[in-house]
Design a protein around this ligand. Structure first.
Ligand code: NAD
Length: 355
């Protein structure tokens, strides 16, 4: 029988990719606990709809009783915490939800994990891991030079990054105070198929296809490091398998780009891949809009520890990853259309009711 893990937020962009890899490549049974907020999309899990190794539970990581019941019933070997409110702009408009899910939810999960872990037999307790998926945004903003390392002090500037930083501190504390075998990953900006069209790359693809303006904050010179989502999920699995409890691992693509460079690259790829597009060249649609408050200028990750300790490096370059991403959106217009119509939220695939 395959081993079991609990993934939270597994109907989201990164979570659904991770769940697919855990089931299809690692042959694990995955209990996928997801609240199915606007960002949770069961269409992204369609490949697993008939796979008995994927058990979807609609629920909240703030629900301590539910988590305790899931742990008691399924006895997982690991917990991957990806459930989060993840969009910076939404955290500026309404931070409360970010505190509830990202801070209180992570704390609730840690408490449940601690209670479960300390009752495990010694061999299973030694094997158990709690893996917190976090972001490079917790480190704050860099100047023109320098990189975030695992030793960079936390300095969050948005309600989103503050909530993730707070959660990460609790994870650290549960390792140091209670000995819970935790791992934390801090990753740079992800892109790839199935990303909700509120994040930079899918917004630009969708708007360009519809001939709408391509809005870029400020002067477009904010720099981010970009990583293809499948590379991120490979890294998370590697950290789970080989990472040392209590450690932090920075994950990045060694791929710094300004927002303007990203949008220009998306436009060039769409011009090339869609010769029939009405609004070519897409670059004509670029418009600069008022900057986001507290907008960090530059993030850049030093992923040397992932390479030297865990022999991980990304497989995709930005060019190959972007091409795959754009082709996926072009070939899956119904995925986008069902978000636009709200259809993706009205239907539920094979939900499992617990207790
Ligand atoms: P996402 O917004 O696409 O997905 C989040 C998922 O969590 C959704 O399925 C949502 O329904 C679920 N969720 C939200 N609140 C919940 C709750 N209270 N209980 C259970 N489920 C809940 O996010 P994503 O981009 O896939 O990010 C996943 C994780 O990776 C997050 O923790 C995020 O902070 C982190 N991260 C993201 C990026 C990125 O570029 N997207 C980079 C680094 C780290």
């Amino acid at each position: 029988m395959s081993k079991t893990v609990l993934v939270t937020g597994g109907a989201g962009f990164i979570g659904s990719c991770l769940v697919r890899q855990l089931v299809l490549q690692d042959d694990l049974t995955v209990i996928n606990l997801d609240k199915l907020t606007y960002a949770g999309n069961l269409d992204s899990l369609a490949e697993l709809a008939d796979d008995s190794r994927h058990i979807l539970v609609e629920g909240d990581i703030c629900d301590a009783d539910l988590i305790a019941r899931l742990l008691a019933e399924f006895r997982p070997n690991a917990i991957f915490n990806l459930a989060a409110e993840s969009h910076v702009d939404r955290s500026i408009d309404g931070p409360a939800e970010f505190v509830a899910t990202n801070v209180v939810g992570t704390f609730t999960l840690l408490e449940a994990a601690r209670n479960y872990w300390r009752e495990l037999a010694a061999d299973r307790a030694a094997e158990f891991r709690f893996l917190q998926v976090s972001t490079d945004e917790v480190y704050g903003s860099l100047g023109k030079t320098g990189l975030f390392t695992e030793a960079t002090p936390y300095s969050p500037n948005s309600p989103y990054s503050a909530s993730k930083a707070s959660a990460d501190h609790f994870v650290r504390a549960y390792f140091h105070t209670f000995g819970l075998p935790t791992l934390t990953t801090n990753c740079s900006n992800n892109y790839g198929p199935r990303q909700f069209p509120e994040k930079l790359i899918p917004v630009m693809i969708l708007n360009a296809l519809e001939g709408k303006p391509l809005p870029i904050y400020g002067d477009g010179q904010n720099v981010r490091d970009w990583l293809f989502v499948e590379d991120h999920c490979r890294a998370i699995r590697r950290v789970l398998q080989q990472g040392r409890p209590g450690e932090v691992y920075n994950i990045g693509g060694n791929c710094e780009r300004t927002n303007l460079e990203i949008v220009t690259a998306v436009c060039a790829a769409l011009d090339r891949l869609c010769p029939d597009l009405a609004h070519r060249p897409c670059e004509k649609l670029i418009t600069f809009v008022k900057d986001r408050p507290g907008h960090d200028r530059r993030y850049a990750i030093d992923a040397a520890k992932m390479k030297s300790e865990l022999q991980w490096s990304p497989v995709e370059t930005f060019e190959t990853g972007l091409e795959k991403t754009i082709r996926w959106y072009l070939e899956h217009r119904t995925w986008l259309d069902r978000i636009a119509s709200g259809g993706y939220r009205r239907e539920r695939l094979g939900l499992c009711e617990i207790g």
